[in-house]
Design a protein around this ligand. Structure first.
Ligand SMILES: *[C@@H]1O[C@H](CO)[C@@H](O)[C@H](O)[C@H]1NC(C)=O
Ligand SMILES: *[C@@H]1O[C@H](CO)[C@@H](O)[C@H](O)[C@H]1NC(C)=O
Ligand SMILES: *[C@@H]1O[C@H](CO)[C@@H](O)[C@H](O)[C@H]1NC(C)=O
Ligand SMILES: *[C@@H]1O[C@H](CO)[C@@H](O)[C@H](O)[C@H]1NC(C)=O
Ligand SMILES: *[C@@H]1O[C@H](CO)[C@@H](O)[C@H](O)[C@H]1NC(C)=O
Ligand SMILES: *[C@@H]1O[C@H](CO)[C@@H](O)[C@H](O)[C@H]1NC(C)=O
Ligand SMILES: *[C@@H]1O[C@H](CO)[C@@H](O)[C@H](O)[C@H]1NC(C)=O
Ligand SMILES: *[C@@H]1O[C@H](CO)[C@@H](O)[C@H](O)[C@H]1NC(C)=O
Ligand SMILES: *[C@@H]1O[C@H](CO)[C@@H](O)[C@H](O)[C@H]1NC(C)=O
Ligand SMILES: *[C@@H]1O[C@H](CO)[C@@H](O)[C@H](O)[C@H]1NC(C)=O
Ligand SMILES: [Fe+2]
Length: 553
């Protein structure tokens, strides 16, 4: 039984490290709430209508999508809201309470519309006063700043954030993962904790794919992480599904102190759909897991599209797969690197035997949409143009797969439409490049470059720890790289011309790297070169880095 102290600790979910240490070695999947009004992360509540896993997403400047999960279906998911915490005098209902085979929960989605931009609202969802939910506060959210509002904007951004604590990344790292220094130290904060501590300093979170890593259940099992490595019986598909759902539930529980009040804009990574179970070899049972243990959740982004509600309707995008949104001085574009790369160019997990994903649009639909979306941006209103996409093409860790597909699909378009910078993950390190295009570094550096600035920010942390560079060699253009510190990006758009990316070390929330980009953004002026298509002079190809055979990103 959990102690009283642990129950209290559980309320702030993100401190799951303590649970991790206390309960190491127990199996996942079937905790029960104690039934006294406190939800334990990952536990199955006694009251199946208890609202859990609250999460928000911008739906234009006057809307907010409110989502949460319950262990039973709800008839009409409802959000009560208002401008004062004691006066929730408005409500909106939906009929969206959806699930998929093997899920233990229902995903409830309500879109609140007709709100004032840049305004704080208080809200409660169905069941907040029900049995077991007495601990739940009335939450609040703030709507997006309208496009053109040029006050400074700060966001938190990262990729590849997994479950923390007992069943995820903790003071121990998976055996295949990094070296010992990628374990989280006893007194260090993990990334979820650091994001929580800094919650008041950013407007929203932008998560560029690989969300939770629930698909690592089988890998963690066969590697003995749950204490069952010497088990003669292979887990059945039902047990794997149960374990997967438990990891997913725990992850959302850990995020909820942040995601109930800060929009969490997400895009899809390979771990939202691939079925190789982390590429794991089960030596004991002489088996390499592939698509034969593929759960419905991991097929064709089923888990991902049930859980999230990104503003594609508002931006002409497709489900959560590609869409755009604007906040203050920035136009953000979220892309899909996994499928739908256009021009008959199959995405990396599109036509995989036993694990078919996509397409989500007609041939070229994503590419055509991207061009039209970028062309429609009013740079006088939103001078900053930022793209998020999961897979990078510049990284000093060799990606052991054909990785020109998404570069071919997107890089030229970014250049043509003057994208300022793009945020990627997938590789579990932090690496910032000089502004560059097609392997060539912009001679202007960060002082009004014509080329976009590539940033790899896949080091938020998950079970396997961080990826490691093989040595000191780096790709040409690499300006700063870090394979030792979990972290996240704090980006501040100061004004029309200056943006700063700070890489924050999660362990102590200190800034370990800071780079400011200056862009003149003098759109419309006679001397403006931003709109011109100047192809750079090609230079020598970057040196090849050594291939590493078995990295799973
Ligand atoms: C939900 O569906 C029911 C039955 O079709 C309908 O009567 C009700 O108006 C719907 N509610 C909302 C909020 O759409
Ligand atoms: C990690 O730490 C363990 C226990 O301290 C030690 O046995 C092992 O050799 C270390 N591994 C590496 C790669 O340093
Ligand atoms: C061994 O695995 C089976 C099936 O996955 C499970 O039911 C059983 O509890 C496991 N035994 C141990 C000792 O972990
Ligand atoms: C492991 O499986 C492979 C292919 O299924 C088979 O060829 C091999 O003999 C097996 N090895 C052992 C030790 O059973
Ligand atoms: C994946 O989902 C999309 C959208 O629903 C659908 O068009 C596509 O056919 C699906 N692909 C597979 C392989 O099921
Ligand atoms: C990109 O660089 C390659 C050689 O590295 C060159 O063949 C190609 O034409 C370049 N593409 C563009 C659009 O400049
Ligand atoms: C790296 O790029 C710079 C600028 O594009 C170029 O001057 C330099 O020769 C390149 N170095 C290598 C090793 O390719
Ligand atoms: C924009 O912000 C930067 C960084 O804070 C500052 O140095 C610069 O003076 C500002 N520019 C204007 C026009 O205010
Ligand atoms: C915080 O962590 C970073 C990254 O490990 C380290 O370089 C720095 O010294 C730490 N700062 C303090 C005050 O401990
Ligand atoms: C372009 O003109 C603006 C004034 O309209 C000036 O501030 C800026 O420095 C000029 N830029 C260049 C590159 O000449
Ligand atoms: Fe990935």
């Amino acid at each position: 039984m959990l102690s009283k102290l642990l129950q209290l600790v559980a309320i702030t979910a993100a401190v799951s490290q303590i649970l991790a240490d206390d309960m190491a070695g127990t199996s996942v999947g079937n905790y029960k709430d104690i039934g006294n009004g406190v939800h334990v992360p990952g536990a199955i509540p006694n009251n199946k209508w208890e609202p859990l896993q609250h999460r928000l997403a911008y739906a234009g400047p006057t809307g907010m999508s409110v989502s949460w999960n319950t262990f039973a279906q709800i008839d009409e998911p409802t959000v009560w809201y208002g401008l004062h915490p004691q006066k929730l005098d408005m409500y909106v209902k939906s009929n969206t309470s959806i699930t998929y085979p093997t899920s233990r929960t229902w995903n409830n989605h309500v879109k609140v519309t007709g709100l004032k931009p840049d305004t704080t609202y208080y809200y409660r969802v169905s069941g907040t006063n029900g049995a077991g939910a007495a601990y739940l506060p009335t939450y609040k959210f703030k709507t997006a700043r309208p496009a053109g509002d040029d006050k400074p904007l700060t966001i938190a951004t990262f990729g590849d954030l997994g479950l923390m604590g007992r069943d995820g990344l903790s003071t121990k790292t998976g055996p295949i993962g990094g070296d010992n220094y990628t374990d989280i130290g006893e007194y260090d904060s993990n990334t979820i904790q650091s994001l929580l501590q800094s919650k008041d300093t950013y407007d929203f979170m932008y998560h560029v794919g690989d969300i939770g890593y629930a698909d690592y259940f089988l890998k963690e099992s066969v590697q003995g992480y749950f204490g069952i490595s010497d088990n003669a019986t292979m887990p059945t598909i039902d047990e794997v599904a149960n374990g997967y759902e438990s990891l997913s539930e725990q992850f959302f529980d850990q995020m909820v102190p942040i995601t109930a009040e800060k929009p969490w804009m997400v895009l899809a990574g390979n771990h939202e759909a691939n079925c190789d179970n982390g590429g794991v070899k089960d030596k004991q049972h002489n088996k390499t897991y592939t698509a034969d243990y593929c759960l419905p959740a991991q097929q064709n982004f089923t888990w991902y599209n049930h859980h999230f509600a990104m503003p594609s309707a508002e931006s002409g995008g497709v489900s959560n797969m590609w869409y755009s949104y604007e906040v203050g001085p920035v136009h953000f574009v979220s892309l899909l690197t996994e499928t739908d790369l256009g021009a008959g160019n199959p995405g990396p997990i599109e036509n995989v035997k036993g694990n078919m994903n996509g397409p989500f649009g007609k041939p070229n639909q994503q590419i055509d949409w991207l061009k039209a979306d970028l062309a429609s941006v009013d740079r006088k209103k939103t001078p900053w143009l930022v793209v998020g996409l999961h897979r990078p093409w510049y990284t000093s860790i060799q990606i052991p797969e054909i990785y020109t597909a998404w570069q071919k699909a997107f890089e030229q378009i970014f250049y043509d439409y003057n994208v300022d910078l793009y945020l990627t993950g997938h590789v579990h390190t932090f690496e910032s490049f000089k502004p560059m295009f097609n392997g060539t570094i912009d001679a202007a550096g960060f002082n009004n470059p014509r080329m976009p600035w590539p940033i790899v920010q896949g080091a938020a942390g998950h079970y396997d720890g961080l990826d490691q560079y093989d040595g000191p060699e780096r790709l040409n253009g690499s300006d700063y790289s870090n394979d030792q510190v979990y972290g996240w990006g704090k980006m501040t758009f100061h004004n029309k011309t200056h943006v700063t990316y700070d890489y924050v070390a999660s362990r102590n929330s200190s800034v370990v790297f800071s780079q400011t980009l200056y862009k003149e953004h003098n759109f419309g002026a006679a001397n403006c070169t931003d709109g011109q298509k100047i192809l750079p002079k090609m230079q020598k190809k970057p040196p090849k880095v050594n291939a590493r055979a078995s990295i799973d990103f």
